[in-house]
Design a protein around this ligand. Structure first.
Ligand SMILES: Cc1cc2nc3c(=O)[nH]c(=O)nc-3n(C[C@H](O)[C@H](O)[C@H](O)COP(=O)(O)OP(=O)(O)OC[C@H]3O[C@@H](n4cnc5c(N)ncnc54)[C@H](O)[C@@H]3O)c2cc1C
Length: 395
């Protein structure tokens, strides 16, 4: 009998997992996603700036054997192994890959829902692009000093917009000092006004209010303070970490149900999630697929062991700063800036798509490097917090 595998979410993690699962020809793979195309989420700031459409057809990135259902999962009924779709249909599965990603976080600040545009979904980025086109001279305030805020601010400033970046405590908190200096210099050269050491307490349609009482005039406000995971797992009664990611072990298997594996931004292995990034999402997608394949083959699944390389932040089309990290995702003193950084950033963006294409054409071919870094991350997390109560590390 054929095994039914359902993948929820066609982002970097879900597409990678679905492609890798096609190594077996006795499985039927169905991928549920709200849109009929793949979104290159890491290029959404380019969609906003009009320098890339951030979309790839599924025919390009997805194996022919994967069937796409354009809809949204409304609930997972784990005991019955069924998923209820938003249109009322139900899909049954033998194995479920939970890869529903994340969405913008509003940080609970008054006025954000009414007066600010998020960047981190295809729909919100498209809406923001339209608003910018309607008001070509409006000053723009970007809130958020992480990569999404910086990339959006730089992209718009490079096009001559009047941009203020309210960066929170510090710009690019992941970065080490030399890389941060280089990145900030480029932002200033592009004409971005950078405000640090404060936070936004209110957004209106005419100004953004800061904690120190300052009002920064705005025509269009962009909200980019981070991502929050989908709440589908929590809504479905599955165990989650405090932020709502599916709580899994180090094979990415849900602690509630060994027929459910998680991947990407939406999973929390051992309660110690990897940084929300496509850098982690694709290897997590591979690992999730390998866990299912191991179970089908009667093997013991391997543990998560992928390394990090750093964080590369685009600064318009002519520059970028890449902070090089250790494999445990902590920043070193090394960085690559300027045109070399811009070249590196473009290669990273291209590579994320070619990895999916390669896996679609030749499943199992993408190499998933393995390090001991993950073990060190878990030990450090345990030492720091005496380990989250719900952590379940599979040894
Ligand atoms: C502007 C920007 C720049 C970025 N730059 C970088 C970068 O340079 N490097 C990096 O590593 N990361 C970067 N990131 C972060 C990266 O994009 C995410 O961490 C990554 O997309 C996570 O991949 P994922 O597959 O887990 O989730 P996603 O890519 O979010 O995909 C999840 C998919 O699931 C779908 N979905 C959601 N709910 C449901 C449901 N109920 N049913 C079915 N489908 C559902 C979503 O619509 C989506 O298609 C950037 C993000 C943004 C916004």
């Amino acid at each position: 009998m054929r095994t039914q595998i359902l993948v929820l979410g066609a982002g970097y993690a879900g597409v990678m997992a679905a492609n890798r699962l096609t190594q077996r020809d006795d499985v039927d793979i169905m991928l549920v996603n709200p849109r009929p195309h793949f979104v290159e989420r890491i290029r959404l700031h380019q969609l906003v700036g009009g320098t890339h459409d951030a979309v790839q057809p599924f025919a390009h990135v997805l194996a022919d054997a994967v069937r796409v259902v354009v809809d949204e999962a409304a609930a997972i009924d784990a005991p019955r192994r069924r998923v209820l779709l938003a249109n009322g249909d139900e899909l049954s599965y033998d194995y479920l890959v939970y890869a529903v990603g994340s969405s913008p976080s509003d940080s609970g600040v008054p006025g954000v829902d009414e007066h600010a545009f998020p960047v981190s979904s295809f729909e919100s980025a498209t809406q923001l692009r339209r608003a910018l086109a309607d008001e070509p001279d409006a000053p723009v305030v970007v809130v958020g000093g992480g990569p999404t805020g910086i990339e959006t601010a730089a992209e718009l400033a490079e096009q001559g917009r009047d941009v203020t970046l309210v960066a929170g405590t510090v710009v690019a908190p992941y970065f080490n000092e030399p890389g941060r200096r280089s990145l900030t210099k480029r932002l200033l050269r592009l004409g971005v006004t950078v405000i640090t050491g404060t936070r936004v307490t209110r957004v209106t349609d005419g100004f953004v209010e800061l904690a120190d009482g300052q009002h920064v005039p705005t025509g269009i406000t962009v909200w980019a303070t981070g991502f929050e995971p989908s709440d589908l797992a929590a809504r479905s009664g599955l165990a989650t970490d405090p932020e709502g990611r599916l709580l899994a072990d180090e094979t990415l298997t849900s602690i509630d149900d060994d027929r459910i594996v998680g991947a990407g931004d939406a999973v929390s292995p051992s309660g110690v999630p990897e940084r929300m990034s496509c850098q982690a999402a694709e290897p997590l997608g591979m690992r999730a697929a390998e866990t299912v394949l191991a179970r089908l083959a009667g093997r013991r699944p391997e543990l998560l062991a992928n390394p990090f390389f750093g964080q590369c932040v685009a600064l318009g089309r002519g520059g970028a700063t890449a902070q090089i990290s250790r494999s445990d995702d902590t920043a070193t003193w090394m960085f690559v800036g300027g045109k070399a950084g811009a070249w590196l950033k473009e290669q990273v963006c291209v590579l994320t798509v070619t990895s999916l294409v390669k896996e679609a054409r030749k499943p199992g071919s993408m190499w998933n490097p393995s390090t001991k870094a993950r073990r060190h991350v878990l030990e450090a997390a345990k030492a720091e917090t005496a380990a989250p109560a719900q952590a379940t590390v599979v040894a």
